[in-house]
Design a protein around this ligand. Sequence first.
Ligand code: GLN
Length: 313
Amino acid sequence: MTGPFDKLVGDARAAFDKAPSKPLREAWQGLGLADIRRDLVQRLLAAGIDEAEIEARHMLSHVLAPATLAEALADPALVSWQRIASLADLAWDRLARKPLSQVLGSQPFWTLDLAVTSDVLTPRADTETLVEAVLARCPDGDAELLDLGTGSGAILLALLSERPGWHGTGIDLSDAALGVARGNAGRCGLANRTRFARGRWSDGLADAAFDIVVSNPPYIVSDVLAGLEPEVRDHEPAMALDGGADGLDAYRDIFRDVRRILKENGLLAVEIGYDQGAAVSALAQAAGLADVAVLRDLAGQDRVVIGYNGENR
Ligand code: GLN
């Protein structure tokens, strides 16, 4: 005799069998959380992931919420098989070297928590140097901010979150990225001070429209890309990383037109690779920007180039 529960159990069984993470789910069947955690850390290490313990903690916290890991370790009743199935799904993707940000669906940046997909570069702590550089030079007030190649919207939204008087425009070539950025503006409560538009750098933007222009453009030398970690090489968008034969293509494009769209004495701030300080500041000077400077990140590496639109400074 079969009843309604047999169908439910059958459906659950079928879903279990279809999940790509089935081998992990099976390996963890009948294990307690402490053993699952140990096994997860060892599998991450075997996959070449160095920060295995902290990453395992992030994945466990994600599936156990609102319970904490400590609470769940102390009380097996908090650990359902559905939560372990979710953990297996996350772990399966991470073991295939998908970035943790994409596996969890979000990444902290500045004081914000931003949605991240494979359509955008994962916001990196290095980029907070650019945010700090702009904040240190630009007090609050009525200002128009432009972010070229906005991706997730990280730089734009971090700056707007600190400067309630500012309005911001984010430009990107990718419609999918713009979707992520718009979602993040809403998530951060900043949608009313942002606009997003598809475009190639500053093409089509009005003359002298912006007080501040920021960008973290693609700056990796094309030949270097293939040697990067699989998380970056295989899962992040190449258009956000590939800077062409010498890594400087995007700076040439941006600098060619930036004085046209900047107001008099407006600020340009771009992120650069650790070995691009001399080359990018030379390009900025050649473009006619004044007071060009190279700034370092917390690790002491060159990370940001700034310059102003004005001869009279
Ligand atoms: N810093 C990034 C990396 O090394 C590159 C970001 C970029 O090209 N804008 O992966």
